[in-house]
Design a protein around this ligand. Structure first.
Ligand code: HAM
Length: 424
């Protein structure tokens, strides 16, 4: 017997799981289109160099990378933002900015498998490229909240926890830590919730921080309110900008969802401004969605500096969250009609009637089993059929079929032409 399990961390989608996936994608796609975003896609295979960054991002160590037969260093994409940057740089001259683009991308990361983390996942990504103003931040936040609301989640269930990388820079500057060390320290700071305090302190010391600096950093990070931190930092661009973003989202009527959180750092080194994560109100799981502003990713690939902001919203944690809150929709099958012949003689007519109904947009199962009425009705029930058309020989000869309403169990004889006219 061959190995029946899928590759560790990857997923089989049986029809039942596919219904959830399609529903989720449909919410994402419809919301993005409502906000005027355009869909794009790229190949799942990319040049590995797109993901190699100096700051020691975890993602770089999680690549599914290999050499192809032409000795090219390739990788399955762990995220889609680098592909987006590559595509924008490729057609930069022909594009009119700002771009508002979205995609639903399958991604692969060789992760340690914990709750909410798989080696294969899908991400809804939405990014605004070429808009430096904080209106872009506000728009992407409003959009992802619209999607959450469509799924039945309110501010009682979830929050957007926000911070700004420049606030973190200001904190590190106050501790007299040179700029050149900030990024590496931030990558460690992102691990704060995931490791014990003593390990956190050791990791920071490995990044050339003194014990005194570590203590002061931990103390600053535990300041409760945005105001307390603002008072301590004084003039700080990140703080001002973040407050503006929060005011805009509040003016859009969604302020209840926002919460400043200095512990939000994000593990990707390319963020330069606002950073955020969506989580449930008790922060009991991994992030549902994460993103931020990344104004220098495109220039780091050798292009011009083009400001950008966006997010990735995964399909794994949101499904767990919806299940925990009892918000997963019922995904029952449903068909408008089942057409039932009882012998091969009626099969041609059954196929013709089915196709005619499909022509006018109906979902139709043409039953091929040639079973008895009872069995056919049982099957119709299982398939979620609303109406059954039974092709008995005598009725059919008279140009009629028997129509059974599966809900009321009423049966009526109906002329074939009538059925088609009624429907068209
Ligand atoms: P990220 O935080 O690495 O950001 O991933 C975004 C989201 O994808 C996460 O919040 C989570 O929902 C989901 N996700 C990530 N890794 C896994 C995994 N192993 N298993 C299941 N779900 C996962 C990015 O990828 C950025 N490129 C997002 C972005 C777009 N920033 C700006 N634009």
């Amino acid at each position: 017997m061959i190995e029946l399990q899928p590759v560790k961390g990857t997923r089989d989608f049986f029809p039942e799981q596919m219904r959830l996936r399609n529903w989720l994608f449909e919410v994402w796609r419809s919301v993005a289109l409502q906000f005027g975003f355009e869909e794009y896609d790229a190949c799942i295979l990319e040049h590995a160099e797109l993901y190699t960054r100096k700051a020691g991002d975890e993602i770089t160590q999680q690549l599914y990378n290999f050499k192809d037969k032409g000795a090219r260093e390739l990788s399955l994409r762990p995220e889609v933002t680098p592909s987006l940057a590559r595509m924008v740089l490729r057609h930069q001259k022909a594009l009119s900015f700002p771009l508002k683009w979205f995609t639903i991308a399958q991604c692969f990361r060789y992760e340690r498998m914990t709750k909410g983390r798989r080696r294969e996942h899908f991400q809804w990504n939405a990014d605004i490229i070429g808009q430096p103003s904080e209106v872009a931040e506000a728009e992407v936040l409003c959009m992802l909240l619209m999607a959450c609301k469509k799924m039945g989640l309110t501010s009682q269930h979830i929050r957007i926890y926000l911070n700004d990388r420049r606030i973190l820079n200001a904190i590190l500057e106050q501790l007299a830590i040179p700029q050149s060390q900030h990024l590496n320290i931030m990558i460690v700071m992102d691990k704060r919730d995931k490791v014990p305090p003593d390990v956190f302190a050791t990791l920071l010391q490995e990044q050339k921080m003194s014990l005194d600096q570590v203590h002061k950093l931990v103390e600053t990070l535990s300041l409760g309110s945005m105001q307390q931190l603002a008072d301590r930092l004084g003039e700080c661009e990140g703080m001002t900008r973040l407050q503006q973003v929060m005011q805009l989202v509040d003016a859009a009527g969604l302020g209840d969802y926002l919460q400043f959180d200095v512990s939000i750092v994000r593990g990707l080194s390319y963020y330069t401004g606002m950073v955020f994560e969506v989580n449930d109100t008790s922060k009991s799981q991994r992030a549902i969605c994460g993103g931020g502003r990344y104004d220098s990713l495109l220039s780091s690939y050798g292009g011009e500096t083009i400001p950008a902001v966006g997010f990735g919203f995964g399909d794994v944690v949101i499904a767990d969250t919806l299940a925990e809150y009892g918000k997963l929709p019922e995904f029952s099958r449903s068909l408008d009609y089942m057409v039932v012949p009882f012998s091969m003689d009626q099969m041609g007519a059954a196929l013709r009637i089915s196709n005619r109904l499909r022509d006018i947009g109906k979902r139709v199962e043409c039953d091929m089993s040639l079973k008895k009425v009872k069995k056919a009705l049982q099957k119709a029930d299982e398939l979620g059929v609303q109406q059954v058309l039974m092709l008995f020989p005598d009725e059919l000869a008279a140009g009629e079929v028997v129509l059974r309403n599966m809900e009321t169990r009423e049966q009526t004889n109906i002329k074939l032409e009538e059925l088609m006219i009624e429907e068209s």
